[in-house]
Design a protein around this ligand. Sequence first.
Ligand code: GAP
Length: 513
Amino acid sequence: MTQEDLFKNLIAHTKEDGYIFPSSEIYDGLGAVYDYGQLGSELKNNIKKYWWESMVRLNENIVGIDSAIFMHPRIWEASGHVGAFNDPLIDNKDSKKRYRADVLLEDYIAKLEEKINKDVEKGRKRFGDAFDEAQFRATNPNVLRNARKIAECTERMVAALNANDLDALKQLILDCEIVCPISGTKNWTDVRQFNLMFSTQLGSVSGESGTIYLRPETAQGIFVNYLNVQKTGRMKLPFGIAQIGKAFRNEIVARQFIFRMREFEQMEMQFFVQPGAELEWFAKWKETRLKWHKALGMGEENYRYHDHEKLAHYANAATDIEFNFPFGFKELEGIHSRTDFDLGRHQEFSGKKLQYFDPEKGESYVPYVIETSIGVDRTVLAVLSGAYKEEKLENGEERVVLKLHPALAPVKLAVLPLVKKDGLPELAREIMAELKLDFNCQYDEKDSIGKRYRRQDAIGTPLCITVDHQSLEDKCVTLRDRDTMEQERIPIADLWKRVDEKVNMRNLLKQLM
Ligand code: GAP
Protein backbone atom coordinates (compact mmCIF):
# COMPACT_ATOMS: atom_id res chain seq x y z
CA MET A 1 0.00 0.00 0.00
CA THR A 2 1.32 3.47 -0.86
CA GLN A 3 1.84 6.12 1.81
CA GLU A 4 -0.92 8.12 0.13
CA ASP A 5 -3.42 5.26 0.51
CA LEU A 6 -2.36 4.72 4.10
CA PHE A 7 -2.91 8.42 4.81
CA LYS A 8 -6.40 8.27 3.25
CA ASN A 9 -7.22 5.25 5.43
CA LEU A 10 -5.95 7.07 8.51
CA ILE A 11 -8.16 10.11 7.79
CA ALA A 12 -11.19 7.86 7.31
CA HIS A 13 -10.32 5.95 10.48
CA THR A 14 -10.03 9.08 12.63
CA LYS A 15 -13.53 10.10 11.53
CA GLU A 16 -15.14 6.66 11.90
CA ASP A 17 -13.76 6.19 15.39
CA GLY A 18 -14.56 9.61 16.82
CA TYR A 19 -11.15 11.26 16.73
CA ILE A 20 -11.56 14.08 14.21
CA PHE A 21 -14.56 15.41 12.25
CA PRO A 22 -14.68 18.06 9.52
CA SER A 23 -16.13 21.18 11.14
CA SER A 24 -19.78 22.03 10.36
CA GLU A 25 -20.05 18.78 8.43
CA ILE A 26 -23.86 18.80 8.09
CA TYR A 27 -23.42 22.14 6.26
CA ASP A 28 -20.80 20.57 3.96
CA GLY A 29 -17.85 21.60 6.12
CA LEU A 30 -15.66 24.68 6.43
CA GLY A 31 -12.27 24.67 4.69
CA ALA A 32 -9.31 23.72 6.88
CA VAL A 33 -11.32 23.79 10.10
CA TYR A 34 -11.80 20.58 12.11
CA ASP A 35 -13.53 19.44 15.29
CA TYR A 36 -12.13 16.92 17.74
CA GLY A 37 -14.51 14.16 18.75
CA GLN A 38 -14.78 12.18 21.95
CA LEU A 39 -11.43 10.43 21.49
CA GLY A 40 -9.59 13.20 19.67
CA SER A 41 -10.22 15.67 22.48
CA GLU A 42 -8.85 13.18 25.05
CA LEU A 43 -5.74 12.61 22.92
CA LYS A 44 -5.26 16.34 22.48
CA ASN A 45 -5.63 16.92 26.24
CA ASN A 46 -3.04 14.22 26.95
CA ILE A 47 -0.58 15.77 24.49
CA LYS A 48 -1.08 19.19 26.08
CA LYS A 49 -0.62 17.68 29.53
CA TYR A 50 2.65 16.00 28.45
CA TRP A 51 3.96 19.29 27.07
CA TRP A 52 2.77 21.43 29.98
CA GLU A 53 4.15 19.14 32.65
CA SER A 54 7.46 18.73 30.85
CA MET A 55 7.80 22.52 30.73
CA VAL A 56 6.13 23.91 33.82
CA ARG A 57 6.39 21.06 36.33
CA LEU A 58 9.83 19.68 35.50
CA ASN A 59 11.50 23.08 35.23
CA GLU A 60 11.46 25.19 38.35
CA ASN A 61 12.29 28.27 36.31
CA ILE A 62 9.39 27.96 33.83
CA VAL A 63 5.87 29.15 34.64
CA GLY A 64 2.70 29.02 32.59
CA ILE A 65 0.13 31.67 31.66
CA ASP A 66 -3.13 31.91 29.72
CA SER A 67 -3.40 35.22 27.89
CA ALA A 68 -6.41 36.46 25.92
CA ILE A 69 -6.86 35.82 22.20
CA PHE A 70 -7.81 39.45 21.62
CA MET A 71 -4.98 41.90 22.18
CA HIS A 72 -4.33 45.56 21.55
CA PRO A 73 -3.93 46.05 17.76
CA ARG A 74 -0.65 47.94 18.23
CA ILE A 75 0.88 44.64 19.41
CA TRP A 76 0.63 43.27 15.89
CA GLU A 77 2.22 46.39 14.45
CA ALA A 78 5.09 46.08 16.91
CA SER A 79 5.55 42.37 16.22
CA GLY A 80 5.68 42.98 12.46
CA HIS A 81 2.58 40.91 11.70
CA VAL A 82 0.57 43.82 10.25
CA GLY A 83 3.33 44.72 7.81
CA ALA A 84 4.91 41.41 6.97
CA PHE A 85 2.82 38.35 7.90
CA ASN A 86 1.95 37.76 4.25
CA ASP A 87 1.68 35.06 1.62
CA PRO A 88 2.22 35.83 -2.10
CA LEU A 89 -1.05 35.02 -3.89
CA ILE A 90 -2.02 34.66 -7.51
CA ASP A 91 -5.47 34.11 -9.08
CA ASN A 92 -6.38 32.25 -12.23
CA LYS A 93 -8.72 34.53 -14.20
CA ASP A 94 -10.63 31.64 -15.79
CA SER A 95 -11.28 29.37 -12.81
CA LYS A 96 -11.30 32.32 -10.35
CA LYS A 97 -9.26 30.08 -8.05
CA ARG A 98 -6.61 31.57 -5.76
CA TYR A 99 -3.22 29.96 -5.11
CA ARG A 100 -0.07 30.65 -3.16
CA ALA A 101 2.53 31.49 -5.81
CA ASP A 102 5.32 29.66 -3.98
CA VAL A 103 3.13 26.57 -3.55
CA LEU A 104 2.36 26.47 -7.29
CA LEU A 105 6.11 26.48 -7.90
CA GLU A 106 6.77 23.85 -5.21
CA ASP A 107 4.11 21.60 -6.79
CA TYR A 108 5.80 22.10 -10.17
CA ILE A 109 9.14 21.06 -8.64
CA ALA A 110 7.51 18.03 -6.94
CA LYS A 111 6.11 16.90 -10.32
CA LEU A 112 9.56 17.11 -11.90
CA GLU A 113 10.97 15.07 -9.00
CA GLU A 114 8.24 12.49 -9.57
CA LYS A 115 9.21 12.30 -13.27
CA ILE A 116 12.83 11.72 -12.33
CA ASN A 117 11.85 8.95 -9.92
CA LYS A 118 9.71 7.29 -12.59
CA ASP A 119 12.63 7.37 -15.06
CA VAL A 120 14.90 5.84 -12.42
CA GLU A 121 12.39 3.05 -11.76
CA LYS A 122 12.11 2.38 -15.50
CA GLY A 123 15.91 2.14 -15.71
CA ARG A 124 15.98 -0.25 -12.77
CA LYS A 125 13.47 -2.53 -14.47
CA ARG A 126 15.32 -2.42 -17.79
CA PHE A 127 18.84 -3.09 -16.47
CA GLY A 128 18.00 -5.40 -13.56
CA ASP A 129 20.91 -6.31 -11.27
CA ALA A 130 23.39 -4.38 -13.42
CA PHE A 131 21.55 -1.09 -12.68
CA ASP A 132 23.78 1.64 -11.24
CA GLU A 133 21.41 4.37 -9.96
CA ALA A 134 24.08 7.02 -9.37
CA GLN A 135 25.44 6.60 -12.89
CA PHE A 136 21.94 6.61 -14.37
CA ARG A 137 21.08 9.87 -12.57
CA ALA A 138 24.37 11.42 -13.74
CA THR A 139 23.96 10.49 -17.41
CA ASN A 140 20.34 9.94 -18.43
CA PRO A 141 19.32 12.93 -20.61
CA ASN A 142 15.70 13.08 -19.32
CA VAL A 143 16.83 12.99 -15.70
CA LEU A 144 19.49 15.62 -16.33
CA ARG A 145 17.04 17.94 -18.11
CA ASN A 146 14.49 17.72 -15.27
CA ALA A 147 17.17 18.13 -12.59
CA ARG A 148 18.36 21.30 -14.36
CA LYS A 149 14.80 22.65 -14.44
CA ILE A 150 14.41 21.97 -10.70
CA ALA A 151 17.68 23.71 -9.83
CA GLU A 152 16.86 26.74 -11.96
CA CYS A 153 13.30 27.07 -10.67
CA THR A 154 14.39 26.68 -7.03
CA GLU A 155 17.13 29.27 -7.39
CA ARG A 156 14.85 31.84 -9.04
CA MET A 157 12.02 31.20 -6.54
CA VAL A 158 14.26 31.64 -3.49
CA ALA A 159 15.77 34.82 -4.96
CA ALA A 160 12.34 36.28 -5.75
CA LEU A 161 10.93 35.43 -2.31
CA ASN A 162 13.95 36.82 -0.51
CA ALA A 163 13.82 40.04 -2.50
CA ASN A 164 10.01 40.19 -2.13
CA ASP A 165 9.97 40.57 -5.93
CA LEU A 166 6.38 39.70 -6.86
CA ASP A 167 6.87 40.41 -10.59
CA ALA A 168 9.75 37.94 -10.69
CA LEU A 169 7.55 35.30 -9.04
CA LYS A 170 4.85 35.78 -11.66
CA GLN A 171 7.41 35.68 -14.48
CA LEU A 172 8.76 32.40 -13.10
CA ILE A 173 5.25 30.89 -13.07
CA LEU A 174 4.83 31.95 -16.71
CA ASP A 175 8.31 30.70 -17.72
CA CYS A 176 7.63 27.31 -16.10
CA GLU A 177 4.35 27.21 -18.08
CA ILE A 178 2.40 26.36 -14.94
CA VAL A 179 -1.33 25.96 -15.61
CA CYS A 180 -4.25 26.21 -13.20
CA PRO A 181 -5.19 22.67 -12.07
CA ILE A 182 -8.90 23.57 -12.48
CA SER A 183 -9.12 25.56 -15.74
CA GLY A 184 -5.92 24.26 -17.32
CA THR A 185 -5.05 27.81 -18.49
CA LYS A 186 -2.08 30.15 -17.92
CA ASN A 187 -4.34 33.19 -17.57
CA TRP A 188 -2.84 34.50 -14.30
CA THR A 189 -3.28 37.78 -12.42
CA ASP A 190 -0.29 39.59 -10.91
CA VAL A 191 1.07 38.23 -7.64
CA ARG A 192 -0.11 40.18 -4.56
CA GLN A 193 0.76 40.00 -0.90
CA PHE A 194 -2.09 38.79 1.32
CA ASN A 195 -2.05 39.22 5.11
CA LEU A 196 -2.82 36.03 7.01
CA MET A 197 -4.39 37.63 10.08
CA PHE A 198 -8.15 37.48 10.60
CA SER A 199 -9.61 40.79 11.73
CA THR A 200 -12.82 41.74 13.44
CA GLN A 201 -14.39 44.79 15.13
CA LEU A 202 -14.18 45.49 18.83
CA GLY A 203 -17.48 46.46 20.48
CA SER A 204 -19.72 48.76 18.49
CA VAL A 205 -16.89 50.70 16.89
CA SER A 206 -16.51 49.98 13.21
CA GLY A 207 -13.79 51.13 10.86
CA GLU A 208 -10.02 51.24 11.22
CA SER A 209 -9.92 52.35 14.85
CA GLY A 210 -12.01 49.42 16.10
CA THR A 211 -10.18 46.74 14.11
CA ILE A 212 -8.59 44.02 16.17
CA TYR A 213 -7.03 40.71 15.14
CA LEU A 214 -7.41 37.10 16.15
CA ARG A 215 -3.89 36.27 17.32
CA PRO A 216 -1.83 34.39 14.70
CA GLU A 217 0.53 33.08 17.41
CA THR A 218 0.37 32.83 21.20
CA ALA A 219 3.92 34.14 21.67
CA GLN A 220 2.99 37.84 21.76
CA GLY A 221 0.72 37.24 24.77
CA ILE A 222 3.85 36.05 26.57
CA PHE A 223 6.03 38.98 25.50
CA VAL A 224 3.53 41.62 26.61
CA ASN A 225 3.18 39.89 30.00
CA TYR A 226 6.90 39.37 30.45
CA LEU A 227 7.32 42.05 33.09
CA ASN A 228 4.10 41.13 34.97
CA VAL A 229 5.31 37.57 35.36
CA GLN A 230 8.93 38.48 36.10
CA LYS A 231 7.95 40.91 38.84
CA THR A 232 5.06 39.00 40.47
CA GLY A 233 6.90 35.67 40.26
CA ARG A 234 10.22 37.20 41.32
CA MET A 235 11.78 35.37 38.37
CA LYS A 236 15.54 35.54 37.79
CA LEU A 237 17.18 35.07 34.41
CA PRO A 238 17.23 32.56 32.84
CA PHE A 239 13.52 31.80 33.09
CA GLY A 240 10.70 30.78 30.81
CA ILE A 241 7.00 31.49 30.27
CA ALA A 242 4.87 28.79 28.66
CA GLN A 243 1.43 29.01 27.13
CA ILE A 244 -1.03 26.77 25.28
CA GLY A 245 -3.76 28.39 23.24
CA LYS A 246 -5.63 28.91 20.02
CA ALA A 247 -4.11 30.74 17.07
CA PHE A 248 -5.73 31.74 13.78
CA ARG A 249 -4.30 32.15 10.29
CA ASN A 250 -6.19 32.71 7.08
CA GLU A 251 -4.17 30.04 5.26
CA ILE A 252 -4.88 30.11 1.56
CA VAL A 253 -3.44 26.74 0.77
CA ALA A 254 -4.88 24.68 3.56
CA ARG A 255 -4.37 21.00 2.97
CA GLN A 256 -3.02 17.73 4.31
CA PHE A 257 -5.82 17.33 6.85
CA ILE A 258 -4.96 18.90 10.22
CA PHE A 259 -1.40 19.76 9.16
CA ARG A 260 -2.32 23.28 8.05
CA MET A 261 -5.48 24.70 9.60
CA ARG A 262 -7.11 28.10 9.87
CA GLU A 263 -7.89 27.66 13.56
CA PHE A 264 -5.31 25.66 15.49
CA GLU A 265 -3.60 25.42 18.82
CA GLN A 266 0.00 26.20 19.74
CA MET A 267 2.20 25.28 22.70
CA GLU A 268 4.83 27.99 22.95
CA MET A 269 7.55 28.75 25.46
CA GLN A 270 9.68 31.88 25.54
CA PHE A 271 12.91 31.46 27.48
CA PHE A 272 14.48 34.75 28.63
CA VAL A 273 18.28 34.79 28.90
CA GLN A 274 21.20 37.19 29.29
CA PRO A 275 22.34 38.73 25.98
CA GLY A 276 25.29 36.67 24.79
CA ALA A 277 24.03 33.43 26.37
CA GLU A 278 21.36 32.85 23.75
CA LEU A 279 23.20 30.48 21.40
CA GLU A 280 24.16 28.16 24.23
CA TRP A 281 20.51 28.05 25.36
CA PHE A 282 19.35 27.61 21.77
CA ALA A 283 21.51 24.47 21.50
CA LYS A 284 20.14 23.19 24.83
CA TRP A 285 16.53 23.70 23.84
CA LYS A 286 17.10 22.03 20.48
CA GLU A 287 18.30 18.94 22.29
CA THR A 288 15.61 19.05 25.01
CA ARG A 289 12.78 19.34 22.53
CA LEU A 290 14.00 16.51 20.32
CA LYS A 291 14.21 14.29 23.41
CA TRP A 292 10.57 15.17 24.20
CA HIS A 293 9.49 13.94 20.76
CA LYS A 294 11.63 10.82 20.80
CA ALA A 295 10.24 9.71 24.19
CA LEU A 296 6.95 9.01 22.40
CA GLY A 297 8.58 5.96 20.84
CA MET A 298 7.66 6.58 17.22
CA GLY A 299 11.14 5.84 15.88
CA GLU A 300 14.20 8.09 16.15
CA GLU A 301 14.64 7.89 12.38
CA ASN A 302 11.33 9.73 11.93
CA TYR A 303 12.69 13.01 13.31
CA ARG A 304 15.32 15.36 11.99
CA TYR A 305 16.47 18.94 12.40
CA HIS A 306 16.21 21.40 9.59
CA ASP A 307 18.50 24.32 10.42
CA HIS A 308 17.47 27.53 8.69
CA GLU A 309 20.08 29.02 6.42
CA LYS A 310 18.09 32.14 5.73
CA LEU A 311 17.12 33.76 9.00
CA ALA A 312 14.37 36.25 9.72
CA HIS A 313 15.90 39.68 10.36
CA TYR A 314 15.30 39.38 14.13
CA ALA A 315 16.69 35.86 14.58
CA ASN A 316 20.29 34.77 15.00
CA ALA A 317 19.56 31.02 14.85
CA ALA A 318 16.53 28.91 13.93
CA THR A 319 15.75 25.28 13.36
CA ASP A 320 12.70 23.11 12.71
CA ILE A 321 12.15 19.68 14.16
CA GLU A 322 10.69 17.80 11.22
CA PHE A 323 8.62 14.62 11.45
CA ASN A 324 8.25 11.99 8.78
CA PHE A 325 4.53 12.49 8.05
CA PRO A 326 2.83 10.22 5.48
CA PHE A 327 3.52 12.99 2.94
CA GLY A 328 7.22 13.28 3.82
CA PHE A 329 9.40 15.14 6.36
CA LYS A 330 7.67 18.38 7.36
CA GLU A 331 7.95 20.93 10.18
CA LEU A 332 6.44 19.87 13.49
CA GLU A 333 8.11 22.39 15.80
CA GLY A 334 10.15 25.56 15.43
CA ILE A 335 12.97 26.64 17.74
CA HIS A 336 14.12 30.21 17.29
CA SER A 337 16.69 32.46 18.85
CA ARG A 338 14.73 35.74 18.58
CA THR A 339 17.31 38.07 20.17
CA ASP A 340 15.74 41.09 21.93
CA PHE A 341 13.59 41.88 18.90
CA ASP A 342 10.11 41.34 20.36
CA LEU A 343 10.67 42.89 23.78
CA GLY A 344 12.60 45.73 22.14
CA ARG A 345 9.76 46.46 19.73
CA HIS A 346 7.10 46.36 22.46
CA GLN A 347 9.24 48.70 24.52
CA GLU A 348 9.41 51.08 21.57
CA PHE A 349 5.71 50.86 20.61
CA SER A 350 4.26 50.94 24.15
CA GLY A 351 6.70 53.45 25.56
CA LYS A 352 7.06 51.21 28.65
CA LYS A 353 10.42 49.89 29.79
CA LEU A 354 10.69 46.10 29.52
CA GLN A 355 14.12 45.75 31.04
CA TYR A 356 15.49 43.28 33.54
CA PHE A 357 17.62 44.45 36.41
CA ASP A 358 20.47 41.98 36.75
CA PRO A 359 21.54 42.00 40.42
CA GLU A 360 24.81 40.21 39.64
CA LYS A 361 25.87 42.62 36.92
CA GLY A 362 24.28 45.61 38.60
CA GLU A 363 22.77 46.77 35.30
CA SER A 364 19.46 46.72 33.39
CA TYR A 365 18.96 45.31 29.91
CA VAL A 366 16.33 43.80 27.61
CA PRO A 367 16.71 40.01 27.80
CA TYR A 368 17.25 37.83 24.75
CA VAL A 369 14.72 35.10 23.96
CA ILE A 370 14.77 31.49 22.82
CA GLU A 371 11.37 30.33 21.60
CA THR A 372 10.09 26.78 21.27
CA SER A 373 6.84 26.66 19.28
CA ILE A 374 4.86 23.56 18.42
CA GLY A 375 1.37 22.98 17.03
CA VAL A 376 -0.94 20.76 19.10
CA ASP A 377 -2.84 19.65 16.01
CA ARG A 378 0.32 18.88 14.09
CA THR A 379 1.46 16.77 17.05
CA VAL A 380 -1.90 14.97 17.01
CA LEU A 381 -1.33 14.22 13.33
CA ALA A 382 2.25 13.04 13.95
CA VAL A 383 1.13 10.82 16.83
CA LEU A 384 -1.80 9.34 14.91
CA SER A 385 0.20 8.72 11.74
CA GLY A 386 3.04 7.14 13.74
CA ALA A 387 0.56 4.92 15.60
CA TYR A 388 -1.74 3.80 12.78
CA LYS A 389 -0.98 0.23 11.66
CA GLU A 390 -2.82 -2.21 9.44
CA GLU A 391 -1.50 -5.57 10.57
CA LYS A 392 -1.79 -9.08 9.20
CA LEU A 393 -1.93 -11.53 12.09
CA GLU A 394 -0.47 -15.03 12.25
CA ASN A 395 -3.93 -16.58 11.98
CA GLY A 396 -4.47 -14.76 8.67
CA GLU A 397 -6.85 -12.15 10.16
CA GLU A 398 -6.22 -8.44 9.78
CA ARG A 399 -6.46 -5.76 12.43
CA VAL A 400 -6.28 -2.00 12.50
CA VAL A 401 -4.45 -0.86 15.59
CA LEU A 402 -3.43 2.52 16.96
CA LYS A 403 -0.15 1.90 18.77
CA LEU A 404 -0.34 5.15 20.72
CA HIS A 405 1.99 5.68 23.64
CA PRO A 406 -0.13 4.44 26.60
CA ALA A 407 0.26 7.78 28.39
CA LEU A 408 -1.36 9.52 25.41
CA ALA A 409 -4.07 6.94 24.63
CA PRO A 410 -7.57 8.42 25.12
CA VAL A 411 -8.96 5.27 26.75
CA LYS A 412 -6.53 3.53 29.08
CA LEU A 413 -8.41 0.28 29.58
CA ALA A 414 -11.56 -1.56 28.64
CA VAL A 415 -13.44 -3.77 31.09
CA LEU A 416 -15.13 -6.67 29.32
CA PRO A 417 -17.37 -9.28 30.97
CA LEU A 418 -17.12 -12.49 28.92
CA VAL A 419 -20.92 -12.87 28.89
CA LYS A 420 -23.80 -10.60 29.82
CA LYS A 421 -25.08 -12.83 32.64
CA ASP A 422 -24.13 -15.02 35.62
CA GLY A 423 -22.93 -12.05 37.69
CA LEU A 424 -20.03 -11.20 35.33
CA PRO A 425 -21.33 -7.70 34.40
CA GLU A 426 -21.73 -6.91 38.09
CA LEU A 427 -18.13 -7.89 38.90
CA ALA A 428 -16.88 -6.00 35.82
CA ARG A 429 -18.78 -2.88 36.94
CA GLU A 430 -17.29 -3.20 40.41
CA ILE A 431 -13.75 -3.33 38.95
CA MET A 432 -14.47 -0.39 36.70
CA ALA A 433 -15.94 1.71 39.52
CA GLU A 434 -12.60 1.52 41.29
CA LEU A 435 -10.36 2.06 38.25
CA LYS A 436 -12.29 4.94 36.71
CA LEU A 437 -11.32 7.17 39.60
CA ASP A 438 -7.82 7.32 38.08
CA PHE A 439 -8.06 6.08 34.51
CA ASN A 440 -10.33 6.74 31.55
CA CYS A 441 -12.11 3.37 31.14
CA GLN A 442 -14.66 1.91 28.75
CA TYR A 443 -17.16 -0.82 29.60
CA ASP A 444 -18.22 -3.10 26.74
CA GLU A 445 -20.34 -6.23 26.86
CA LYS A 446 -21.60 -6.33 23.26
CA ASP A 447 -20.43 -8.90 20.64
CA SER A 448 -17.81 -11.62 20.89
CA ILE A 449 -14.69 -11.00 22.96
CA GLY A 450 -12.57 -11.09 19.76
CA LYS A 451 -14.64 -8.29 18.21
CA ARG A 452 -14.41 -6.25 21.39
CA TYR A 453 -10.60 -6.60 21.42
CA ARG A 454 -10.50 -5.38 17.78
CA ARG A 455 -12.65 -2.37 18.64
CA GLN A 456 -10.28 -1.41 21.45
CA ASP A 457 -7.19 -2.00 19.23
CA ALA A 458 -8.67 0.34 16.63
CA ILE A 459 -9.01 3.21 19.11
CA GLY A 460 -5.63 2.52 20.72
CA THR A 461 -6.67 1.24 24.18
CA PRO A 462 -3.46 -0.21 25.71
CA LEU A 463 -5.12 -2.74 28.06
CA CYS A 464 -8.24 -4.90 28.13
CA ILE A 465 -9.50 -6.64 31.26
CA THR A 466 -11.69 -9.68 30.71
CA VAL A 467 -13.89 -10.94 33.50
CA ASP A 468 -14.94 -14.61 33.19
CA HIS A 469 -16.69 -17.23 35.31
CA GLN A 470 -13.47 -18.21 37.02
CA SER A 471 -13.03 -14.59 38.14
CA LEU A 472 -15.99 -15.09 40.49
CA GLU A 473 -14.10 -17.93 42.14
CA ASP A 474 -10.45 -16.91 42.13
CA LYS A 475 -10.78 -13.09 42.02
CA CYS A 476 -8.44 -12.98 39.01
CA VAL A 477 -9.00 -11.48 35.53
CA THR A 478 -7.30 -11.68 32.14
CA LEU A 479 -5.17 -8.67 31.23
CA ARG A 480 -4.56 -8.31 27.49
CA ASP A 481 -1.87 -6.10 25.98
CA ARG A 482 -2.80 -4.19 22.81
CA ASP A 483 0.61 -4.41 21.12
CA THR A 484 1.75 -7.95 21.92
CA MET A 485 -1.83 -9.29 22.24
CA GLU A 486 -0.47 -11.43 25.06
CA GLN A 487 -2.87 -12.38 27.84
CA GLU A 488 -2.04 -12.83 31.47
CA ARG A 489 -4.06 -13.91 34.48
CA ILE A 490 -3.69 -11.49 37.39
CA PRO A 491 -5.42 -10.87 40.74
CA ILE A 492 -8.01 -8.08 40.72
CA ALA A 493 -6.18 -6.63 43.70
CA ASP A 494 -3.08 -6.03 41.49
CA LEU A 495 -4.97 -4.33 38.66
CA TRP A 496 -4.58 -0.71 39.74
CA LYS A 497 -0.79 -1.02 40.05
CA ARG A 498 -0.42 -2.81 36.71
CA VAL A 499 -2.54 -0.28 34.85
CA ASP A 500 -0.77 2.63 36.52
CA GLU A 501 2.67 1.24 35.61
CA LYS A 502 1.60 1.03 31.99
CA VAL A 503 -0.25 4.29 31.40
CA ASN A 504 1.10 6.86 33.83
CA MET A 505 2.49 10.05 32.27
CA ARG A 506 5.41 9.62 34.67
CA ASN A 507 6.83 7.05 32.20
CA LEU A 508 7.22 9.79 29.60
CA LEU A 509 8.41 12.52 31.95
CA LYS A 510 11.09 10.29 33.49
CA GLN A 511 12.77 9.94 30.11
CA LEU A 512 13.27 13.70 29.97
CA MET A 513 15.21 14.04 33.20
N1 GAP B 1 5.71 31.99 17.42
C1 GAP B 1 6.37 31.36 16.35
C2 GAP B 1 5.48 30.71 15.40
O1 GAP B 1 4.26 30.85 15.47
P1 GAP B 1 5.45 29.17 13.29
O2 GAP B 1 6.58 28.37 12.68
O3 GAP B 1 4.68 30.07 12.40
O4 GAP B 1 6.14 29.97 14.49
C3 GAP B 1 4.92 27.30 15.02
O5 GAP B 1 4.48 28.16 14.01
C4 GAP B 1 4.24 25.96 14.94
O6 GAP B 1 2.81 26.12 14.92
C5 GAP B 1 4.55 25.16 13.67
O7 GAP B 1 5.75 24.44 13.81
C6 GAP B 1 3.35 24.26 13.57
O8 GAP B 1 3.49 23.12 14.40
C7 GAP B 1 2.22 25.12 14.12
N2 GAP B 1 1.45 25.76 13.03
C8 GAP B 1 1.76 26.90 12.38
N3 GAP B 1 0.81 27.19 11.46
C9 GAP B 1 -0.11 26.20 11.54
C10 GAP B 1 -1.34 25.92 10.86
N4 GAP B 1 -1.82 26.75 9.93
N5 GAP B 1 -2.03 24.80 11.19
C11 GAP B 1 -1.56 23.97 12.16
N6 GAP B 1 -0.43 24.18 12.83
C12 GAP B 1 0.30 25.28 12.54
